[in-house]
Ligand binder design. Sequence first.
Ligand code: GUN
Length: 294
Amino acid sequence: MTLLDGKKVSNDIKDEIAEEVKKMKANGEKVPHLAAVIVGSDGASLTYVGSKVRACERVGFESTMVRLSNTTSEIELLDKIEELNNNDDIDGFIIQLPLPPQIDTQKVLMAVNPDKDVDGFHPMNFGKMALDMSTFIPATPFGILELLDRYNVTTKGKHTVVIGRSHIVGRPMSILMGRKGFPGNSTVTLTHSHTKNITQITSQADIIISALGVPNFLKAEMVKEDAVVIDVGITRVADESSPKGYVITGDVDFENVSKKASFITPVPGGVGPMTIAMLLKNTLLARERHRARK
Ligand code: GUN
């Protein structure tokens, strides 16, 4: 069994990006600038955005965190997005999800200038992704592709089973794994809450990508020998013995599934850190596009 070490790979990627930023500075060029908007004070969202801002500092990017209250109206958020769209200093920005219920998420994501949409959530960018055009690929799926690539995991002709059809992970992942190229060329099954006999499907999979958010959902008996297992779950499970009062738990029963898998991602330290590294990569790309427009 080989551990797909997202922590290590993401650090390698950050080092590579930091090198590029050094060159930009040496040439007197403006460094990439990422902004993150967070509405409300959800603990997990604040943690993620904090990690994104710290990652910017680590590679030498500029970053701006925009914090808005939980009672922010849709109009107020749309105004803020307009401001960020028009702010020439900012190359790319994200709206951290989920948003409070008074705000229509799809409307908000559609207001982001597609050239600054480093999350790749705008329908134009999602469409480009599905059509194999150059675009911003959502950071978590992009991170999974990068892990498969850097560990030379074969995907061509393999059966990939994706669990969960969220707009952020499952749906784009199912499209990307079936695309022409590497990683891709997989035969993809997208499973979800209405899927019947899921064990029958997962136990035929060469590659399983679980993005469900149900702790320890994927058991050893659902996985065939030598499968590749990617765990996207990051659920906070209450645990009084831990200093934070919770532990981050994946979708996969790691202890037992790892005994059968050929490659597996740990939680934490697998897909999570990759997501942040790929957001930085997208921000680098956004800066290039921004410069090309000038
Ligand atoms: N919430 C959970 N994952 C993500 C992500 O990748 N981007 C944003 N903006 N919000 C999220």
